[in-house]
Ligand binder design. Structure first.
Ligand code: DGJ
Length: 326
């Protein structure tokens, strides 16, 4: 008995420091990711949710190019992704999906208030004339999801989109509005299932692919110009309020955002440091199904932000540390 107990304590003592320090992983850009079953990861324009150390990633399954379903994966380290299933599927989840409508930019939320998982997305016709959004809800992250609502939020034409949950739990839907002219910031209801009000941002600036992150009380928003699947200059703006005070758009990164378009900025709250990672899509590489997900560190210093694009870097998802090779 005594011996077994000692052996157990020794094992625990050896195991604890390793796991408290986490294991380093290599993030390699420019290649297609494989999931833990060895299949290609299909989760374009991904949306992320982190709960209890597990990252969930949903995104467009573009294996059939223009008829995307929404896939869900999970990972503890952003490298080993387990396929959890199709959470929204053409011909299955909604009668309109795959006939009059397609989904782009599915983004995942969790409501602490209701304990439910919510997906907001761009809900579009094939000529982008519908300009709608849709909202789905489920009791479990893996679904089944049912459509709660689709249409133009508050009657406003809405295309490329993203979501943002603030530190106080308030959730926002952000989309490119009125024929790609403006960005619309829509506050979501407490249950995250409907839009309650709208603030127009960056009027006439034609921005899409918005991605918001909050760093030390300041909001930063990345966005692209509207050039279809072709990459263009990423711009950044910041404000200490979501609804007003955004600074003029400034260029960030190279002229084509390292051939990407922003999808998300991840906040890795590690035991040693908080690290921010840019996630973007390298579309049409060379075709839609082979579009790549690109990740690299981005840093903030007061109101300054810098992209650290690299072809590979090491990340410790537990401590939050990262290393970019010379
Ligand atoms: C760019 C958008 O960001 C994508 O989500 C998609 O709508 C393409 N345009 C379509 O051309």
């Amino acid at each position: 008995m005594q011996k077994t107990l000692t052996a157990l304590l020794v094992t625990l003592a050896l195991w604890l420091p390793v796991h408290a320090e986490g294991e380093w992983v290599d993030i390699v850009n420019g290649t297609l990711w494989q999931d833990t079953d060895g299949n290609t990861v299909q989760a374009h324009a991904p949306g992320f949710l982190c709960r209890d150390g597990v990252w969930y990633m949903c995104g467009e399954d573009r294996s059939r190019a223009f008829r995307p379903d929404v896939n869900l994966y999970s990972s503890r380290d952003l490298v080993h992704w387990t396929f959890l299933g199709k959470i929204i599927e053409n011909g299955v989840t909604d009668p309109e999906l795959g006939r009059r409508r397609m989904i782009e930019r599915a983004k995942l939320l969790y409501s602490e208030k209701t304990g439910k998982y919510v997906v907001w997305c761009h809900w579009e016709s094939h000529n982008y004339g519908a300009s709608e959004a849709a909202c789905f809800v489920a009791d479990s992250v893996q679904g089944p999801y049912r459509k709660v609502w689709s249409g133009r939020p508050l009657g406003i034409k809405s295309r490329d989109c993203n979501v943002f949950t603030d530190d106080d739990g308030t959730a926002w839907f952000i989309s490119t509005t009125e024929e790609n002219q403006h960005l619309g910031l829509f506050r979501l209801s407490d249950d995250m299932l409907s839009v309650t009000d709208h603030t127009q941002l960056f009027p006439g600036k034609s921005r899409e692919a918005p991605a918001v992150v909050r760093v030390d009380g300041r909001y930063f928003m990345l966005s692209s110009a509207c050039t279809g699947w072709r990459p263009n200059q990423c711009k950044i703006s910041h404000s200490d309020s979501l609804t007003s005070g955004w600074t003029p758009l400034e260029n960030i990164g190279d002229a084509v955002a390292y051939r990407t378009q922003a999808a998300a900025v991840l906040t890795i709250k590690g035991t040693k440091q908080t690290t921010y990672l840019y996630v973007g899509d390298r579309w049409m590489d060379p075709d839609l199904p082979n579009s790549k997900i690109i990740i690299f560190p981005i840093t903030f210093d007061g109101t300054e932000c810098r992209f650290h694009y690299c072809e590979r870097f090491r990340l410790n998802p537990v401590t939050g540390e990262y290393q970019i090779p010379d």
